[in-house]
Write a new protein. Structure first.
Length: 95
């Protein structure tokens, strides 16, 4: 057998991951703002899915997704409160 040309997913992941900015900088605030906006959207979508879930399996999954999304959103808000001495201009991130 010949040698595989596959380099693995880890090499691909290393090129796509952005470094996390230093805490309490403008870049950190922007990074956190984007994460909070994404978490809020996930929470809204989890609520929508819960409202249309049918059957025990979908309902169970919807509850799990809703709890997970809510916990992530709450965690990011707590991190922002602890690490940002000055809140950035949120520019409608949570609309």
């Amino acid at each position: 057998m010949g040698k595989s040309q596959h380099t693995g997913d880890l090499a691909l992941m290393k090129t796509q991951v952005k470094p996390i900015p230093q805490v309490d900088t403008v870049e950190w605030g922007e990074h956190l703002r984007a994460e909070i906006a994404e978490a809020h959207n996930e929470w809204v979508n989890a609520n929508r899915f819960f409202n249309v879930a049918v059957g025990q399996d979908q309902i169970d999954y919807a509850i799990y997704a809703l709890i997970t999304a809510e916990k992530r959103y709450e965690m990011l808000i707590r991190i922002a409160k602890r690490t940002c001495s000055v809140w950035p201009a949120w520019r409608g991130a949570l609309q």
